[in-house]
Design a protein around this ligand. Structure first.
Ligand code: ADP
Length: 297
């Protein structure tokens, strides 16, 4: 089993002629309310890829409707609590050029009680993996408890901030980072070549499996002496929302099925390439059949 202690957001997406300016009131041409959050996206990607995943999360009481895609994909939702607090949500403006501006309110995602989290981790299936992103509170306690109970710990420090940089990252078994996150953790400029970013990360975290995703440039993997690189699929990207989340979910589902690391990278890259060709978050996260078809091409 893989447990994902992850954010669940409601994304409010407004189509606007331009991003709203200071003091301006702007009418939106279109409005959609959809499931979002890196945690939920990663659970969805895992389950659609055939993985066994239980999501641990918190959502405002009136927003249970948002869980429908997770339920349909087979994500176990017994540990998603409906609470008397506003759901985590994002107000997203998208202008005519596809540019966006986002206000994110963590809401219920930041209401975890550490004692309850630690107690839940203590009852996790032996040998399970715990997946974390940086959109929920209680991460340091969760990491320590996961380590203590012998769980495999996978972390995606997104969105990156100073607090994530201070977490006990050496407790992680697997770290998923994009270029910006890698640069922040390594204390280097984003323009630093990927191999130098990985060198610096490997020096800081010598025991950790490192997966560095590089958008259209593909992915680098490093664990001790093992180094792999895979180019991205050449596709016409129209919306990269959830590309990283898709990559992570599909990688972990493939690994859960017992595949070797190269197969995990290949499948995750194929899935993420499908994701960037479709608009939105949840609708763009592919099912296993679509990934199989892309790999067979
Ligand atoms: P994030 O979404 O977290 O910023 P990346 O931009 O590194 O992460 O993208 C994650 C993965 O998605 C990449 O490793 C790649 O496999 C795939 N991907 C992203 N952008 C493209 C693209 N333009 N073309 C093909 N694949 C892409």
């Amino acid at each position: 089993m893989l447990y994902n202690l992850g954010s669940i957001n409601i994304d409010h997406v407004y189509r606007v002629p331009h991003l709203v300016r200071p003091g301006e009131t702007l009418a939106s041409r279109d409005y959609q309310r959809v499931l979002g959050g890196k945690g939920a996206n990663q659970s969805l990607a895992l389950a659609r890829a055939g993985g066994r995943v239980a999501h641990w999360g918190r959502l405002g009481r009136g927003d249970g409707w948002a869980l429908a895609p997770l339920e349909e994909a087979g994500v176990a939702l017994d540990d998603v609590e409906l609470v008397d607090a506003p759901s985590g949500h994002a107000l997203i403006q998208v202008d005519d050029n596809g540019e966006n501006a986002i206000i994110l309110y963590p809401g219920a995602n930041h209401g975890f009680e550490e004692d309850a989290l630690v107690a839940r981790i203590a009852t996790a299936e032996p040998g399970a993996t715990l997946l974390l992103q940086n959109e929920c509170n209680g991460l340091a306690a969760a990491m320590a408890a996961a380590k203590q109970h012998g769980l495999t710990l996978a972390f995606n420090p997104a969105p990156m901030d100073e607090a994530a940089n201070r977490l006990p990252l050496e407790a992680c078994d697997l770290l998923f980072v994009n270029r910006g996150e890698a640069a922040a953790l390594a204390g280097l400029a984003e323009t630093t070549p990927a191999s130098a970013l990985l060198d610096a990360l490997a020096e800081r975290l010598p025991e950790v499996e490192l997966v560095l995703t590089l958008g259209a440039e593909g992915v680098h993997y490093r664990h001790q002496e093992t180094r792999l690189r895979l180019a991205a699929h050449r596709v016409a990207a129209m919306d990269t929302t959830a590309a990283g989340d898709t990559f992570i979910g599909v990688f972990l589902a493939t690994r859960q099925a017992g595949a070797d690391i190269e197969t995990c990278l290949r499948r995750a890259s194929a899935a993420a390439a499908l994701c960037v060709q479709t608009p939105g978050a949840a609708p763009s996260i592919p099912w296993a059949e679509a990934v199989d078809a892309a790999l067979a091409e």
